[in-house]
Design a protein around this ligand. Structure first.
Ligand SMILES: NC(=O)c1ccc[n+]([C@@H]2O[C@H](COP(=O)([O-])OP(=O)(O)OC[C@H]3O[C@@H](n4cnc5c(N)ncnc54)[C@H](OP(=O)(O)O)[C@@H]3O)[C@@H](O)[C@H]2O)c1
Length: 323
């Protein structure tokens, strides 16, 4: 089969397409024919050796897929060959086939294409974990989402709307705000051109209740300062590189709370809880309450250029690789 291989951690020109042996399902596993594999910001960091997780190279990158079950290992029940499934795979997703533990498969709802399903789990689980669990968002509250044209940002916009919040979508350009507008968001901020703190306070009538920050860097402090009394600032990621240092008096003032969000570690440590979280999300999809955008589709050969685009900020929305 064809697979994307990272030959060595480092520059992304070490990432190539190679022929590999077809995988075989062990006990409790299934082989999935990959119809789409979601590309996430973190995939490029891992290939570059800049992430806390450093797989031994050569390895096949990619952490989430949607596809059809191709074969079953011993002892697998409740899944049949041909089923439409989605899963987080750890590694190995950027390939024609991947082996997955049967327990980690979820059925793809009819409402989602393979491409939408492959781009769903990481972004939407993080957004749902942030807003519904960590920030305990209530209907009618104001939410400011940074990086609202990116994977987690756009999912957070969709989830916040579904939870009945008033949403302010913020991104670096008008173009990157297009998908949030398409979801119905009217309040937007282009943070490279406008005063983020002042505009967020103005649009929300005094300050926002919750900030979702997957970007980090120089926009974090003005976003924190834009929260109203008892506001919650959710630290989700640092896509811009620098980890912001904020003056702690800004947390004391107005009784604010800084909320750490580590969906990945939590999902690993509480697999049953994570399964329940994903089930809640998929129910929302089936009920038509959340609306995952249709990702751009690229070939396996484009893996390195898509990961580069994510790391260099040029990608809008989600991208999947279609083997
Ligand atoms: N906490 C968790 O559990 C969790 C889970 C998954 C991922 N993450 C982390 O969350 C972050 C965002 O992930 P994502 O999937 O949303 O990524 P993404 O799709 O690439 O979006 C990130 C956004 O960050 C903004 N950005 C600002 N400066 C940037 C720069 N120098 N380079 C790249 N992007 C820049 C971009 O929006 P603008 O151009 O509009 O500013 C971009 O759309 C990553 O750091 C990821 O590792 C956290």
């Amino acid at each position: 089969m064809r697979a994307v291989v990272c030959r060595e951690l480092g520059p992304l020109d070490n990432v190539v397409v190679e022929q590999r042996d077809e995988p075989v399902a062990g006990p409790g596993q299934v082989v999935v024919s990959v119809r789409a594999a979601g590309v996430n910001f973190v995939d490029g960091l891992i290939c570059q050796g800049r992430y806390q997780m450093r797989p031994p190279a050569p390895y096949v990158p990619g952490g989430e897929i949607a596809g059809e079950v191709a074969s079953l290992g011993d002892g697998v029940t409740g899944v049949q060959v041909g089923d439409r499934v989605m899963a987080m795979t750890g590694f190995g997703a950027f390939a024609e086939q991947v082996v997955v533990s049967a327990g980690s498969l979820e059925p793809v709802p009819d409402a989602l294409s393979f491409a939408q399903a492959a781009a769903f789990i990481q972004s939407y689980s993080t957004a749902w974990f942030t807003l519904a669990r960590r920030a305990a968002l209530s209907e009618g509250e104001w939410v400011l989402v940074l990086g609202a044209g990116g994977g987690i940002g756009l999912a957070a916009v969709d989830v916040a709307l579904a939870l009945g919040a008033n949403v302010i979508a913020a991104a670096s350009s008008e173009e990157k705000l297009g998908s949030a507008r398409a979801l119905g968001v009217e309040c937007t901020i282009v943070y490279e051109a406008e005063d983020l703190k002042a505009r967020a306070r103005e649009l929300s009538g005094g300050g926002v209740d919750v900030v979702v920050d997957p970007v980090g860097g120089r926009h974090s402090e003005p976003a924190l300062r834009a929260t109203r009394p008892f506001g919650r600032f959710c630290v989700v990621g640092f896509a811009s590189g620098p980890i912001a240092s904020v003056p702690l008096n800004q947390v004391l003032l107005n009784n604010r709370t800084v909320v750490g969000v580590d969906w990945g570690a939590w999902a690993f440590s509480d697999q049953r809880g994570n399964h329940e979280l994903l089930a809640e999300l998929l129910d929302m999809v089936r009920a038509g309450r959340i609306h995952p955008a249709v990702p751009a589709e690229r070939s396996l050969e484009d893996a390195a250029s898509v990961m580069t685009g994510l790391l260099e900020r040029s990608v809008k929305g989600k991208v999947v690789l279609v083997p």
